[in-house]
Design a protein around this ligand. Sequence first.
Ligand SMILES: Cc1cc2nc3c(=O)[nH]c(=O)nc-3n(C[C@H](O)[C@H](O)[C@H](O)COP(=O)(O)OP(=O)(O)OC[C@H]3O[C@@H](n4cnc5c(N)ncnc54)[C@H](O)[C@@H]3O)c2cc1C
Length: 411
Amino acid sequence: MTPSISSNWDVIIIGGGAAGFFAAIRAAELNPDLRVLILEKASQPLGKVLISGGGRCNVTHACFEPAKLITYYPRGGNELRGAFTRFQPSDTVEWFESRGIRLKTENDGRMFPVTDDSNTIANILKFSAKQAGVRVELGASVLSVEKSPKGGFKLEVQKEAKVFSIQTKKILFATGGDRKSLALVKSLGHTIDEPVPSLFTFNIKDKRINGLAGLAVEDVTLKMDSLIARGPLLVTHWGMSGPAVLRLSAWGARILFDKKYASTLTVNWLGDYKPDAALEVLQRNKDWHENARKKVLAHAAFSQIPIRLWKQLVTFLGEKNWGDISKAELQKLAQELTAGEYKIQGKGQFKEEFVTCGGVSLKEVDFKTMQSRVVDGLFFAGEVLDIDGITGGFNFQAAWTTGWLAGSAMA
Ligand SMILES: Cc1cc2nc3c(=O)[nH]c(=O)nc-3n(C[C@H](O)[C@H](O)[C@H](O)COP(=O)(O)OP(=O)(O)OC[C@H]3O[C@@H](n4cnc5c(N)ncnc54)[C@H](O)[C@@H]3O)c2cc1C
């Protein structure tokens, strides 16, 4: 710490990300007498806000019903139900608009600043913190936290080569998925659910999708074990991506980690078509006299399947005409289209968004205040908790909501 910094604080927030800033601003605006300090180990605050959403920052999602909103969280949905009745996406929109930052909604519900620039979001957070009198100390890494015999907490903080000791009445962990910081939380008596990645793409080497990178199918249903996800799918150089895949990766984050990212994926290229319904359509195609001499390869039976994909799914039929395919072959094709099996052989990175599943166990946190049920005066917000959403702005919304609640309670 620079000597000008007091060694005594009312509130110390570890982590200058979305959750930490939101909590600090809320606390300091509610109680202007409160001395609030953010300790951020990086040389710049709000690093993830800046890179988020491909540099545009997908701030939240246009879903304003708490009961619906929680269905987008593979972990933490139940706990967030009450929290969203206190601070939800409409409050986020209002929070930013009241500070002159307008958000817009895209067709899929994702909300971005109208500037399409994440700097807009980072700048208003920094400006609001400054206005509220929050002190932000950069390059300051918290090495240890312990309960102080005098009450409150004692922290060891490293800045450059120096280590300082500071004291605070209340402390908020807003440290994201940082493993060392989770170990600090554990040292205070909390249970940590092992952090593992969520929101990733699937590595799949399979000749049916070989050479099709960039091809998209609007509505597919994916199954893995008992998990199901539906939505658009994108073929990539390494396998499969797109909203349906990311959703399945989020719900299956722990299962896939346990299986070392090797599993069988069932793909229904026809959305919710059942094999029997697909078979009927195929049979009609075969029976239609004009089709009898047309090659199956060149004449797709379903307009929703791009012809390049269709050709690779029907290669087992060779050069056959529609009129020449047998009942068994039709059945095999119906199966291929509605329940094709693909081997997941690893995971890839989704560059636009990434979160960790796991973190501080939710049973030990009071979601009205975000205060620990184990240690008085200890609070949590954001990704440090075992909360994560699917892609679409839900992860930032969890950070805003839990940050706002923690800030309100600490003030
Ligand atoms: C590439 C990418 C794009 C994303 N895009 C989106 C998106 O568009 N929409 C969306 O909803 N979500 C998105 N996410 C997820 C979202 O960024 C996170 O859910 C969110 O940033 C979590 O906020 P947080 O404040 O809890 O944690 P973080 O943003 O991770 O902040 C934690 C901070 O704590 C600091 N810290 C940790 N330990 C210490 C310590 N011991 N001492 C001092 N400082 C410490 C870290 O340096 C960090 O700055 C994206 C994530 C990534 C990686």
